[in-house]
Design a protein around this ligand. Structure first.
Ligand code: NAI
Length: 480
C-alpha cells in the first residue's frame, strides 16, 4: 500500500513508459474516448465498484481509465499469468496525475510471469476491497472471477470445500486451497460479496460458455451480459485481432520464417479464421482441422485443406489451437511432430494442449530458451518448441490484440457495465446480449475514425427492406 492504494505490480518506475504508450493507445481507441466524452458530465458509474479480471495490457489500461472517468471505483487483475504488460500495470497504479512515490490510480494485482498460486492470490485480492467488502460489478475475461464467487458461495453453503482428486487438473487444487483458506477465515465472505453484485460482463467465448452452463443449471447468482457475442466484439477482436497478434507472437517467440511452411490451425471459428488468414498471408501453407462440418466447409471454400490432426501432425511446421476445447493436441501428437516444429495455443485455457502429458512423457527434457519459449526434447533427440507453456501465446509471446480492435470490444464492455449497473433491476439471473442498435453505434464510431463513408438509406429503401432508416439494419438471426 502506498498513498492509500494497495497493489502488486512488477515495478512502479515503469509507469512513465506505460503512460506514454497509454497516450498513444487513446488515439487508437476512438470508441472508448467517445464514451468518455458522451458521459463526461453524467458519471453513470458513480457508486460502481468494479472488480476486473482481464489481461493487464496498455489497451486494458485505457478501458480501466474509461470506467474511472465514468465514475467507477476499480480494482484489477490479469486473467492470464503471462499476459500482463508491466509498464501498463505500473501506469494504471500511478494514474495520470500521480507519481511512483505518490500513486493516485487504481489498485492492480498483476505482473508478467505469475505462478498459478500467485494468480489466484491476485484474483482474490482483486475481488476483496480494502473495507472488507466486495465489488458490486464484475468485468470478466474467461470467467475466473465469476468462478471464484460461485464456488465460494457453493462451498460456504455446504460448509466444506471438497477434497482434491488426482484426476483433477493441478490448477483446480490451487482454487480449492484458496477457497479453503477463505472459508476458514470467514465462512460468509463470498455469500456476502455475491449478494452485492449487480452483474457481470464477460469478454470471451470460453467465459460465456461457462455463464450459459451456470444459467442452464439455475446456478447463476447475478445477471450477465455476454459481450463476446456483440458482433463488433467476436467478429472483430476474435478474428482481426488474432490476425495481427498470432503472427506477432510467433515472430517474437521464434522469428521463424512462416512462408512455405505447413501451418495447421485447429478450429475454424472466429479465432481460427483470423489465424488461418494471417498464416496464409505470410506465405504459409495452411491446413485446418474442424469437428463442425459447417466451419470445415467454410475453411475448404476459403481455400484451405481440411484434414484431421492425425493425418498432418508429422508434416506440420507450426500447429496452432483455436478451439476453446480441451485435449486437442495430445502428448502423443507432440511426440510425432517434426524436429523443432512450433506448437502454440490461442484458445483461452492451456488445456487445449496436453502439457501435463508432455511433462510426464518418459525421458522428455525441457530446455528454456527464453521467457515463454521452451524446447521440449524427446528421448530420441528430436524436439518441439512450445510457446507460453501452452497458454494464450498471442498475449504471452507478444502484446495481444492492437488498440483499435480492442476499442470495439471494450466499448461494448463499458456500455454493458453502464447498462447492468444502472438498470440491474430490469435483468434476471440470466445471460443477455446488448441490443443491436448499440452494436451498430460501436461500429459507426470506428468506421468514422477510419474515414469511411456510410451510405444512408432513403425512406423508400428502408420501407422496402423493412428496417428503420437509422437501424437496426439486420434481424436478430442475421449472421454477418
Ligand atoms: P468459436 O466457437 O467461434 O470457434 C471454435 C471452433 O473450434 C469451433 O468452430 C469448433 O467447432 C472448433 N472445435 C471445437 N473442438 C475442436 C476440435 N477438437 N478440433 C478442431 N476444432 C474444434 O470460438 P472463438 O470465438 O473462435 O474462440 C476460440 C477460443 O479462443 C476461445 O477459448 C476464446 O475464449 C478464445 N479467444 C482468444 C483470443 C486471444 O486473444 N487469444 C481472443 C478471442 C477469443
Amino acid at each position: 500500500t502506498r498513498n492509500g492504494i494497495d497493489f502488486a505490480v512488477a515495478d512502479l518506475s515503469l509507469a512513465e513508459f506505460g503512460r506514454k504508450e497509454i497516450r498513444l493507445a487513446e488515439h487508437e481507441m476512438p470508441g472508448l474516448m467517445a464514451l468518455r466524452r458522451e458521459y463526461a458530465e453524467v458519471y453513470p458509474l458513480r457508486g460502481a465498484r468494479v472488480s476486473g479480471s482481464l489481461h493487464m495490457t496498455v489497451q486494458t489500461a485505457v478501458l480501466i481509465e474509461t470506467l474511472v472517468a465514468l465514475g467507477a471505483e476499480v480494482r484489477w487483475c490479469s486473467c492470464n499469468i503471462f499476459s500482463t504488460q508491466d509498464h501498463a500495470a505500473a501506469a494504471v497504479v500511478v494514474g495520470p496525475h500521480g507519481t511512483p512515490e505518490e500513486p493516485k490510480g487504481v489498485p492492480v494485482y498483476a505482473w508478467k510471469g505469475e505462478t498459478l498460486p500467485e494468480y489466484w492470490w491476485a484474483t482474490e485480492k482483486m475481488m476483496t476491497w480494502p473495507d472488507g467488502g466486495g465489488p458490486n460489478m464484475i468485468l470478466d475475461d474467461g470467467g475466473d472471477a465469476t468462478l471464484l464467487v460461485h464456488k465460494g458461495v457453493q462451498y460456504e453453503k455446504a460448509g466444506v470445500v471438497p477434497a482434491f482428486s488426482d484426476d483433477d487438473p493441478e490448477e483446480w487444487g490451487i482454487i480449492l486451497e484458496t477457497l479453503r483458506d477463505s472459508l476458514a477465515a470467514d465462512s460468509g465472505k463470498w455469500t456476502r460479496i455475491a449478494a452485492d453484485i449487480r452483474g457481470v460482463t464477460e469478454e470471451t467465448t470460453t467465459g460465456v460458455l461457462r455463464l450459459y452452463q451456470l444459467a442452464a443449471a439455475g446456478e447463476l447468482l447475478f445477471p450477465a451480459i455476454n459481450v463476446n457475442d456483440s458482433v463488433t466484439k467476436s467478429k472483430f477482436d476474435n478474428r482481426y485481432g488474432i490476425r495481427h497478434s498470432l503472427v506477432d507472437g510467433i515472430n517474437r517467440g521464434t522469428d521463424v520464417l512462416i512462408g512455405g511452411k505447413l501451418a495447421v490451425v485447429c478450429g475454424y471459428g472466429d479465432v481460427g479464421k483470423g489465424s488461418a488468414e494471417s498464416l496464409r498471408a505470410q506465405g504459409g501453407r495452411v491446413v485446418v482441422t474442424e469437428i463442425d462440418p459447417i466451419c470445415a466447409l467454410q475453411a475448404a471454400m476459403d481455400g484451405y485443406e481440411v484434414r484431421s490432426l492425425d493425418e498432418v501432425i508429422e508434416k506440420a511446421d507450426i500447429v496452432i489451437t483455436t478451439t476453446g476445447n480441451k485435449d486437442v493436441v495430445t502428448a502423443a501428437h507432440m511426440s510425432r511432430m517434426k524436429h523443432q516444429a512450433i506448437l502454440g495455443n490461442v484458445g483461452h485455457f492451456d488445456n487445449e494442449l496436453d502439457m501435463a502429458g508432455l511433462a510426464r512423457w518418459p525421458g522428455v527434457r525441457r530446455i528454456n530458451i527464453k521467457p515463454q519459449v521452451d524446447e521440449w526434447v524427446f528421448p530420441d533427440g528430436h524436439s518441439i518448441i512450445v510457446l507460453s507453456e501452452g497458454r494464450l501465446m498471442n498475449l504471452g509471446n507478444a502484446t495481444g490484440h492492437p488498440s483499435f480492435v480492442m476499442s470495439n470490444s471494450f466499448s461494448n464492455q463499458v456500455i454493458a457495465q453502464v447498462e447492468l449497473f444502472t438498470k440491474h433491476e430490469e435483468y434476471d439471473k440470466e445471460v443477455y446480449r446488448l441490443p443491436k442498435k448499440l452494436d451498430e453505434k460501436v461500429a459507426r464510431i470506428h468506421l468514422e475514425a477510419l474515414g469511411g463513408t456510410l451510405t444512408k438509406l432513403t425512406k423508400e429503401q428502408a420501407e422496402y427492406i423493412d428496417v428503420d432508416v437509422d437501424g437496426p439494419f439486420k434481424s436478430e438471426h442475421y449472421r454477418y
